[in-house]
Design a protein around this ligand. Structure first.
Ligand code: GBH
Length: 486
């Protein structure tokens, strides 16, 4: 695929939303302060042995709940136009439903106002995986459609409190990821009777209902708002040009991106392959629900980190579909990364670093990826790369500050990704922004602090949690200084 910018005069417009991203649970800390209620992730950190590498918890992390002004000053120093962050549902509503915690509203008001003082546009995500624990214990969280009303009530509180200053809203972050986290570990969470392998699809159904209802409520409360959810997944490349590999690629899109994007952007309903698989256990969506889901997004937001190859499993797709004990069932698409220069020379990645083996520098494929999204789902809507970023291999094992702060692979990722987005723009993709993950090292979920995504280093053993700029911070800045319209 030609990585070529046909006309060097192409540039990002002054209104291009280039920025950085984060999420509440990964940076805030202060988990017991100012009336915050627990979320499922507090339990995963504190009670479930070895759920996270070294049993790290997010009790303190970056202490951004208290250091947000300093953090925003450093984000402003980058020169970015946008900051994407999430609200903690259980900070705003400690029980997930019912009373609203005014201290939390005041806090996020100040975060938003500080952004605006720096001319940084806030993009607010309502839910980035931190389900209020009470809702998980009461009815199973996203496993139950009971969550729909609670989510919409929470959304309504956030829209009413912040909607006068926040235009861009994401309802949920990466439903594929948090739905596939079900079933949550036994013993620590109440057991619900849905078979383990079906749970993710019950969750997905609740997400589509909650998202679409929150979307319509948001549009009625804030007519000028721009609302979507963040989908995720890599660009899927057929390993060979066989028909079977093409089918494998299609099934992989269906069971990942298409599971949410076909309903929201195309039809109101699941892709046929997903619908066939779930027909025996999941209730069909009603006509009215499908109508409400279809079109419930103003832009297309995708966390577009990487790419993978897909191919048919041994014995073929039909044999896999006939055998529910095949580990690839029901997707029945196999995936791999190859590392040779013959594949385009794109695969530098932390492959040997177990926590981030999914992530490779595949920036050559970004133009094709964004064209695919435009042609398949966006339907003329603007597209935002709502997360992209890189884990420098073995960064967490380095001991000398000068080594930690020099992150050449992350630099080359941001450099080449930025140029690749410019190519996509020059090809006609309606790309309006990109949000780098992340402005600071943070709590990388089950990987704890063993995988780092920050453009700034944090020494988590120093109680003051000082931030240090890594080289990639300056690379990201200079990429936009070079390519931005003067
Ligand atoms: C994003 O997800 C998240 O939104 C963000 O919170 C996170 O910090 C960031 O990525 C960096 O990871 O270990 O092989 O089972 C990106 C999509 C989906 C990628 C789950 C990792 C696990 C793959 N992620 N996936 S594996």
């Amino acid at each position: 695929y030609p990585m070529e910018l046909k006309n060097e005069s192409w540039s990002f417009s002054r209104s291009f939303l280039w920025g950085v991203a984060s999420a509440a649970f990964q940076i805030e800390g202060a988990v017991r302060d100012d009336g915050r209620g627990p979320s499922v992730w507090d339990v995963l950190g504190h009670r479930v042995t070895n759920y996270e590498v070294n049993n790290y918890t997010a009790d303190v992390v970056d202490n951004n709940y208290y250091l947000y002004k300093e953090d925003l000053a450093r984000i402003a120093a980058l020169g970015v136009k946008a900051y994407s962050f999430s609200l903690s549902w259980s900070r705003i509503m400690p029980f997930g439903r019912g009373p609203v915690n005014q201290v939390a509203i005041d806090h996020y008001n100040d975060v938003i106002n500080t952004c605006l003082e720096y001319d940084i546009i806030p993009l607010v995500t309502l839910y980035h995986w931190d389900t209020p624990l009470v809702l998980q214990d009461t009815y199973g969280g996203w496993l139950s459609e009971d969550i729909v009303n609670d989510f919409v009530a929470y959304a309504s509180v956030a829209f009413a409190a912040f909607g006068d200053r926040v235009t861009y809203w994401f309802t949920v972050n990466e439903p594929i990821v948090f739905c596939q986290q079900y079933p949550l570990p036994a013993h620590y969470f109440k057991n619900f009777t849905i078979p383990a392998e079906h749970q993710q699809f019950y969750c997905g159904q609740s997400v589509l209902l909650a998202h679409s209802q929150a979307y319509h409520l948001g549009k009625s409360m804030m007519p000028n708002s721009i609302i979507a959810y963040k989908n995720n997944g890599g660009y899927k490349i057929p390993l060979t040009n066989s028909t079977e590999d093409a089918q494998a690629v299609q099934r992989a899109w269906d069971f990942n991106e298409g599971w949410f994007s076909d309903p929201v952007y195309l039809t109101g309903d699941y892709p046929a392959s997903v619908k066939n698989y779930t027909a025996s256990f999941l209730r069909p969506l009603t006509q009215q629900e499908m109508q409400s889901i279809n079109g419930s997004a103003d832009i297309y937001a995708h966390d577009a980190y990487t790419s993978q190859f897909y191919f048919a499993p041994d014995g073929g797709i039909d044999a896999c579909l006939a055998n529910s004990s095949n580990p690839l069932y029901p997707t029945c698409a196999n995936t791999s990364y190859t590392y040779s220069a013959a594949d385009g020379g794109w695969l530098i990645g932390p492959a040997a670093d177990p926590g981030a083996s999914w992530l490779h520098k595949a920036t050559d494929w970004v133009p094709q990826f964004l064209n695919y999204i435009a042609d398949t789902w966006a339907g003329g809507r603007p597209i935002v790369v709502s997360e992209f970023g890189f884990a420098e291999p073995f960064e967490a094992d380095k001991t000398l500050l000068q080594d930690i702060l020099y992150d050449p692979l992350r630099m080359s990722y941001y450099h080449d990704y930025t140029r690749a987005m410019l190519i996509a723009l020059s090809e006609g993709v309606n790309l309006i922004g990109c949000l780098a993950w992340s402005f600071v090292d943070n709590f990388e979920w089950a990987s704890g602090f063993s995988i780092r995504f920050g453009m700034q280093y944090v020494n988590f053993s120093d109680p003051a949690l000082p931030r240090y700029y890594k080289a990639s911070f300056f690379e990201y800045k200079s990429a936009f200084d070079i390519y931005q319209e003067q």
